[in-house]
Design a protein around this ligand. Sequence first.
Ligand code: GLN
Length: 309
Amino acid sequence: MPDLNLVVAEIADEMRQRRDRGTVAHYIPELARVDPKHFGIAVVAADGTVATGGDAAMPFSIQSISKVFTLTLALGRYGDRLWRRVGREPSGSPFNSIVQLEREQGIPRNPFINAGAIAVTDLILSGHQPREALGEILSFMRFLADDADISIDETVAASEQRTGFRNAALANYMKSFGVLENPVDLTLGVYFHQCAIAMSCQQLAMAGRFLAQSGRNPSTGLQVIQPERARRINAVMLTCGHYDGSGEFAYRVGLPGKSGVGGGILAVAPGKASIAVWSPGLDAAGNSHLGRVALEALSRRMDWSIFGA
Ligand code: GLN
């Protein structure tokens, strides 16, 4: 077995030298200010070994990676009834696309495109005040990461709240089909804030451990979710986690993964490791360019692809 610490150090070094960095997200003004030169990587192996490189301790905006955790929470509360509200097929379209929603009667294709994630957040909000729903999401992140030092970047949330017209359109459209239960502005408020959670690669890789370990949180030994559910969330991450770049990600990296427009990716090597990478520059599908390159190198060198050696 190759030495994990060595491989991670090599990759961090290689990524530092790359010039092809993609472009940072501009449609959320606050994210446009992030320096594209950052690169971070953290790997938490099944035996508890932690290997980090680059800016692994620097917090960044997790954005759509939050959707994995809200899906987990909502499945816990509603079980398989959740799938009446949102599908689980890849969309083959951009994360903020509106056309598919009309054709499919307001039911989003999957929980990871924006419409689907807004529908999931709406479920978490039902029966609660926005503040309680957000508190639940944040406590869940802290519990999973075993780290109380995780918070919401209010500046990023406000920045998206001011400019999130597309998400407002998606939410209003779903509301017209009766897919959302709560007032649109409240659901969107929770959604923008969950996206604005700031975490480092280290914290994120820790938070993802339960997906790599059949639903178990190794810090407490407690089962967060049943093994079957962890397996299924991983399946949705593999097929839908990178929007219309999901096929390419599976082809190159071979691991379930979820990206965010902040430039982070959480990837899962089942039974082996939870991995977080961060590089703010994105490719055309809105996924971290160097994040994907780094994961491709890691999965190849560690022989972690779920599709075989
Ligand atoms: N908050 C972002 C949005 O709704 C999340 C998108 C993403 O990370 N792909 O547009």
